[in-house]
Design a protein around this ligand. Structure first.
Ligand SMILES: *Cc1c(COP(=O)(O)O)cnc(C)c1O
Length: 228
């Protein structure tokens, strides 16, 4: 067994366990392979193991990856912040955008996209200065405004826990995002489909599952067994 195979087995079984503990369906949780800083061989191995959801946090890198992996069965997620001037060259190349963090980007996407693009609103739940995203109390109004942008499909909410937070703090942040999503679903009564949550990374994905996440953005843990 390669190190990657070993990690995949370990992570898959802990996703399964977390779903079971939370009484959730396994198919409601989609793991995404974050390929940031990984080699072509490592990503190829993940593809060979059957993974089809891949993510990058930078526009140039994502385009480079697509050139390396032109397989048309890959679902591409952009998970990092997007600058207005880069919207045009990336927006039709991706399947999901996880980091809609300001209104001006929504406007630009609406103007440039030639197909509807599923977007997650990034929420700065932990209120860290350094973090991107809307404040929690701006989210409902923002989403109401987004209904006027036909090219944006409101897919759900995304957040990141602070690096140094304890498990119980992380659980609190993830719970806040879930409750905000539930509130939003009540406010926006003509939603075409239920909203999703994008939360959970290498160090906190079991907690995210317990709080209802639908998309796990896992990078490091697939490739190294170093739980630092
Ligand atoms: C890098 C990154 C991840 C993955 O982080 P790991 O700790 O390596 O699992 C997830 N989400 C975003 C937005 C990232 O930039």
């Amino acid at each position: 067994m390669t190190e990657i195979e070993w990690n995949v087995e370990r992570i898959k079984s802990s996703i399964q366990d977390a779903c079971q503990a939370a009484n959730r369906l396994r198919e409601d949780v989609q793991e995404i392979v974050v390929t940031k800083n990984r080699t072509v061989d490592e990503i190829q191995e993940m593809y060979s193991l059957g993974f089809r959801h891949f993510a990058e946090n930078r526009v140039e890198k994502l385009l480079e990856r697509q050139a390396e992996f032109p397989q048309d069965d890959i679902v591409w997620h952009l998970i990092g912040p997007l600058q207005s001037r880069k919207v045009k060259k990336i927006i039709d190349q991706i399947d999901y955008f996880h980091a809609l963090d300001r209104m001006s980007i929504a406007e630009e996407i609406n103007k440039r996209a030639s197909k509807r693009i599923p977007c997650f609103i990034e929420v700065n739940i932990s209120k860290e200065e350094s973090k991107h995203g809307f404040e929690k109390d701006q989210v409902i109004n923002t989403c109401l405004q987004l209904l006027d942008y036909p090219m944006i499909k409101l897919e759900g909410l995304m957040t990141m826990a602070p690096l140094n937070a304890s498990s119980s703090q992380i659980e609190g942040y993830f719970q806040e995002l879930r409750e905000l999503k539930e509130k939003l679903e009540l406010e926006l009564d003509d939603l075409e489909s239920p909203l999703s949550l994008s939360m959970g990374m290498s160090n906190d994905y079991p907690i995210a599952i317990s709080q209802g996440t639908n998309y796990l953005r896992i990078g490091t843990a697939w490739f190294t067994n170093n739980k630092n």
